[in-house]
Design a binder for this molecule. Structure first.
Ligand SMILES: *Cc1c(COP(=O)(O)O)cnc(C)c1O
Length: 248
């Protein structure tokens, strides 16, 4: 038989990638002495079309990550059309401008990139209005994005700002503070970065016991992340490939 072409071939590729990522998470949990169900996988689908997302849902993925408000809203609509029975959970993991908040509210399950009082207040206003008009059941779950190295260009709140932002968010009726998100710098500093993330997550949890989620770890570093206590890994490239690179 010939190699399957087109959609079948892509489906096989995604299935293989997904199996490999799940094996990596299994192994990382085993190595860290953690229960497998203490770590969830968010498939970051920002680089791929709705058809790939639909295939991932067919393969058992339930949690999806996106980082651009407008594109993601369009894609979420397309995916709902392709798989009306699937009801995936969508996580917003990118920089979010206040004027884009209303674009994500209708489809987002959790915003993981809250890094300023202004953004928090804008999300609170939008979520509260949605609760009021009956389009939402309850407060919007959010994570605070923590900047590991204090390089605020890439988004995130530094150590100094974290406690204050957490207290603010915890007091906003439209939001529910679920934990911390971070993007670790790659490379040799990775272990130290995840230790710093774990430290910040611990301080957050001490002040806000409900803030238990730690979303950290990507294609290149998920093992280190799981070793340091991440509860969510956000994996893009290892699952869907990298369209900009034809072979690796
Ligand atoms: C793209 C992205 C990921 C996934 O990164 P990969 O290295 O492709 O796995 C995770 N988190 C955020 C915030 C991203 O933007």
């Amino acid at each position: 038989m010939d190699e399957p072409e087109g959609p079948d071939r892509r489906r096989d590729e995604l299935a293989r990638n997904l199996a490999a990522v799940r094996e990596r998470i299994d192994a990382a949990c085993a190595a860290a002495g953690r229960e497998r169900d203490s770590v969830s996988l968010v498939a970051v689908t920002k680089t791929v079309p709705a058809s790939d997302v639909a295939t991932l849902l067919d393969l058992g993925v339930t949690d999806l990550g996106e980082n651009r408000a407008q594109e993601a809203g369009t894609k979420a609509g397309e995916v709902a059309g392709l798989r009306p029975d699937a009801s995936p959970r969508w996580y917003f993991v990118g920089g979010l401008q206040r004027n884009k908040v209303r674009l994500v509210l209708p489809w987002v399950t959790r915003v993981e990139s809250v890094d300023s009082p202004r953004l928090a207040r804008a999300l609170d206003r939008a979520a509260s209005a949605a609760v009021e008009d009956g389009s939402r059941d309850g407060p919007l779950p959010v994570l605070l994005q923590y900047s590991v190295d204090g390089d605020l260009e890439r988004g995130g709140v530094s150590d100094e700002g974290l406690a204050e932002l957490a207290d603010l968010v915890a007091g906003l009726p439209g939001l529910r503070l679920d934990g911390l998100m971070a993007v670790a710098p790659l490379g040799s500093e990775s272990d130290r970065a995840f230790a710093a993330i774990a430290g910040a997550a611990g301080r957050l949890r001490a002040a806000h016991p409900g803030a238990t989620e730690v979303s950290a770890g990507m294609s290149g570093d998920l093992e280190t992340a799981v070793g340091h206590g991440s509860t969510v890994v956000r994996v893009g490239t290892a699952l869907v490939g990298d369209r900009r690179i034809t072979s690796r």
